[in-house]
Design a protein around this ligand. Structure first.
Ligand SMILES: [Zn+2]
Length: 303
């Protein structure tokens, strides 16, 4: 607004001045005055631009911890969750610590999503412990467009390798209540298909790009996917117990492929759902099912 007012005033004054110049022969005095006027107005306009940018940046910082791309306030907001952290190290195998590798991948994913104009909130940015319900709550409080949790897998069998992505259609009772309220459903229970679609899209891109073994998408009541009221997935990016895969997982090029796969899968999911974010939330009429899931969801921890 300030810029527009300043700019209008600038053009008005400059125009009047030029008209005057055209109607009467220019003198040295006129020319010098014109230069002076133009210079002053340019500085004023530039000052207004900086003031506006400062004001905008203050408004963005008012939202704690959210990294916003300032020019796309309505861009998709993604919560990226690095599995484990702090005293919970997760898997230790193949010369890697799950909590560290998950954080590295999560930070890289943030960079990739920001580069695509999305807004990103990390559940953790350093080696700290965070309860699972706290991670889901971040996505719920922000009403994020998606929640992506990153983990690394292990197996007693060192021959097992590949990528798998988890989701659930059956949210906790609390999450179902919130979904009912948000999407104005009258049924006693809801089923949420969005996680399945997001998982399928990410899994397909991941396996195409990395050429890893496709272990498929799987429904499981992990707390971070059952408690979230937004499309949520948990990606197991590979097996630290498989010597070759563990070596690849530590390579920058392979990590880039993983990030690219997740990012592309997410973007395809978001693009397919533009203008219909509630699509995939279906009314159910069986409250017993919801109650069962409440119990299961609350007791299952992330792998
Ligand atoms: Zn894990």
């Amino acid at each position: 607004m300030i810029i527009i007012v300043k700019a209008k005033r600038y053009f008005k004054i400059t125009n009047n001045f030029l008209k005057k110049r055209r109607s009467s022969p220019a003198t040295v005095k006129d020319t010098l005055f014109g230069e002076y006027l133009r210079g002053t107005l340019s500085y004023l306009a530039l000052g207004a631009v900086f003031l506006t940018l400062g004001w905008l940046s203050d408004r963005l910082e008012a939202v704690p911890g959210i990294q916003l791309n300032p020019w796309q306030m309505d861009a998709p907001l993604i919560v990226v969750d690095a599995g484990h952290g702090g005293h919970d190290g997760g898997a230790v195998a193949g010369g890697a610590l799950e909590k560290e590798l998950a954080l590295k991948l999560a930070l890289d994913l943030r960079g990739q999503l920001l580069a695509h104009g999305m807004r990103v909130k990390m559940t953790r940015e350093s080696d700290v412990f965070l309860p699972l319900e706290g991670r889901a709550a971040i996505a719920n409080d922000l009403q994020a467009d998606a929640f992506i949790s990153l983990h690394l897998n292990t197996s007693a069998n060192p021959d097992v390798s590949g990528i798998e992505t988890y989701f659930t259609e059956h949210k906790t009772l609390a999450a179902q209540r919130a979904l009912q309220a948000r999407w104005k459903l009258t049924s006693s229970a809801v089923k949420d298909l969005r996680g399945r679609w997001l998982a399928a899209s990410i899994q397909q891109q991941l396996c195409t790009l990395t050429q890893a073994v496709d272990r498929g998408i799987k429904e499981r009541n992990y707390a971070v996917v059952t408690r979230t009221q937004v499309p949520a997935v948990l990606v197991e990016c590979g097996f630290l117990t498989h010597p070759d895969e563990a070596a690849k997982l530590k390579q920058a090029d392979y990590q880039k492929q993983l990030i690219q796969g997740i990012s592309t899968g997410l973007r395809h999911f978001l693009q397919a759902r533009q203008n219909q974010p509630g699509k995939g939330i279906e009314a159910l009429s069986d409250p017993a099912l919801a109650a069962t899931q409440e119990e299961a969801g609350a007791e299952t921890t992330a792998p």
